[in-house]
Design a protein around this ligand. Structure first.
Ligand code: OAD
Length: 271
């Protein structure tokens, strides 16, 4: 669909977004670091981003982990004692009005599924339940052999590196590392949701990291629409039917309020 997006979070654009959400048969959302910015967690890229300031981490993080899992775990345990900026921010962060608005959209039946690239767990804290965390969750661990995942207490961190009780495989953080294949189940769930979507909200993501950035593309290719919410333009701005400029924590509650006069359509996937 061509992008003739309304710009800025003005009333007409908010109303247009609400109308499209209410008219959608199966609306999903993709979020990125921008939605957690107002919870005090820095983004990666763009102004003030972690990597803009500190440089990008090595692109072969998973290979480095496989070469020396014990070394990686020792470093992690040291970081738990002396957390770096990102970990410190996540440890104290609470959901902001943007996270809460998305949970409300789900509860009211407007949002059928939420895909987040964030590992901070704030969508869960806000009450979202129809959720896939495509890059994992920082509060969980995962066995690289059988894929079992859960909170650290389920694995026991006595061994360094810990091993899976179920299969004996090496356990790592659930967070997907650079160079690591995203677990099949996460990918399949995300693409299945995108295939069902006639509308996807693309919120607070630079939309530069694949395969997550392929999800809105898939919606567009199948004739669906996207609505973007971001403080800056992104590669998807030109394709969005509505492009709302501003902080997600301000825009999303406005959209929820504008939906007060609408009922969701019955759930009917686009396929
Ligand atoms: P980025 O840091 O790449 O992009 C954040 C986006 O949020 C930018 O487009 C900003 O303009 C926008 N933004 C900033 N503040 C905002 C606000 N208050 N409201 C709305 N938008 C705002 O983050 P991601 O796109 O999430 O992977 O990055 C994707 C992946 O790159 C991450 O999941 C991470 C990293 O590799 C893993 O952790 C595996």
């Amino acid at each position: 669909m061509p992008g003739n997006g309304s710009l800025n979070g003005d009333e007409a654009a908010i109303r247009a977004a609400a109308e499209q959400i209410a008219a959608a048969r199966y609306c999903t959302a993709l979020t990125g670091a921008g939605i957690s910015k107002e919870s005090g967690i820095p983004t990666f890229r763009g102004e003030g981003g972690l990597w803009t300031r500190q440089g990008e981490p090595p692109m072969n993080g998973y290979q480095l982990f496989l070469e020396d899992p014990r070394g990686w775990w020792l470093e992690r345990l040291e970081q738990q004692r002396n957390p770096p900026e990102f970990a410190k921010a996540i440890a104290t962060a609470r959901p902001n009005p943007g996270h809460l608005a998305l949970a409300q959209l789900e509860q009211r039946g407007f949002l059928k599924h939420l895909i987040s690239q964030n590992v901070d767990g704030l969508h869960l804290d806000a009450g979202s339940t129809r959720l896939t965390e495509i890059h994992g969750n920082r509060r969980k661990l995962r066995c690289i052999a059988c894929g079992r995942r859960g909170p650290a207490r389920d694995f026991g961190e006595d061994d360094v590196p810990p091993h899976c009780d179920a299969c004996g495989g090496i356990v790592k953080a659930d967070t997907v590392m650079f160079g690591e294949p995203i677990p099949r189940a996460f990918i399949d769930a995300c693409f299945a949701e995108a295939a069902k979507s006639d509308l996807m909200l693309v919120i607070g993501t630079s939309a530069t990291v694949h395969p997550a950035a392929d999800l809105p593309l898939q919606v567009l290719r199948r004739g669906g629409a996207i609505i973007e919410m971001n403080v800056d333009a992104t590669p998807f701005s030109a394709y969005a039917t509505v492009s709302l400029r501003g902080p997600a924590g301000v825009l999303l509650p406005q959209v929820v309020q504008a939906l007060d006069s609408f009922d969701p359509r019955p759930e009917r996937p686009a396929v």
